[in-house]
Design a binder for this molecule. Structure first.
Ligand SMILES: Cc1cc2nc3c(=O)[nH]c(=O)nc-3n(C[C@H](O)[C@H](O)[C@H](O)COP(=O)(O)O)c2cc1C
Length: 200
């Protein structure tokens, strides 16, 4: 970190300017609740996933995988959302349409590998790390992304659509599409990070 001009106050992190393009890309990223019908191809996704795969990963278990849902796979997912929701009529139709909000959904699957020393929670942390990095990389490559989940994320019907194995759990979906020409994101809420750090 380097000091900003003026009289920096060490208790105010904003007075320090992080060096390099990465912090700027991280700060620039926003979630896109609405996206266009453009979507990255599998070939376009691969280099981004390859970069995201370098995330910290205890014992290099690679405890994750990603499933692409396009076209009518999204409709099957919508039907699965409804199956255990208890909704009918308009409510069911609205829920069934939720996966259609983006042309591409990337299901993030944590794959729990047998390991004496790396517990499932550590493996979930690595899988979530891949999802966060992939979100950032997609955003940086010009795609609109929003990580979504919901009460139905771990329902049996949803598991079945993804053909999950016993040792797999879903961490939600990255909804991916084109960034619309005009979009208005709410201003980020300020968060005083000094309240979230302490010293033992
Ligand atoms: C695991 C996970 C699941 C999420 N699920 C939802 C969701 O179902 N609905 C939602 O509105 N936001 C959800 N979010 C939050 C959004 O992805 C997003 O971070 C939030 O709207 C703030 O926008 P920002 O990313 O531009 O700061 C989820 C985030 C994570 C990490």
């Amino acid at each position: 970190m380097t000091l900003a001009a003026g009289s920096p106050d060490p208790s105010r992190p904003a007075d320090y300017l992080p060096i390099g393009p990465l912090p700027a890309a991280i700060r620039r990223r926003r979630s896109y609740p609405r996206v266009t019908t453009d979507a990255p191809s599998t070939a376009e996704l691969l280099p981004l996933l390859d970069a995201a795969a370098t995330v910290a990963d205890h014992a290099a278990l690679r405890p994750w995988r990603v499933i692409e849902l396009r076209a009518d796979a999204r409709e099957r997912l919508g039907t699965a959302f409804v199956e255990e929701s208890g909704l009918s009529d308009e409510g069911a139709a609205r829920l069934a349409a939720k996966p259609l909000r983006a042309p591409l959904l990337l299901a993030i699957v944590a794959v729990h590998k047998p390991s004496f020393k790396v517990h499932d929670w550590e493996q979930d942390a690595a899988a979530a790390g891949v999802a966060h990095l992939l979100t950032l990389l997609l955003d940086d490559a010009g795609w609109g992304v929003m990580w979504r989940s919901g009460g139905h994320t771990r329902s049996e019907a949803v598991r079945r659509v993804h053909r999950l194995a016993e040792n797999e759990v879903l961490l939600g979906w990255l909804y991916v599409g084109g960034k619309p020409e005009t979009t208005k994101a709410d201003a980020r809420q300020t968060f005083d990070v000094t309240s979230a750090i302490s010293t033992l």
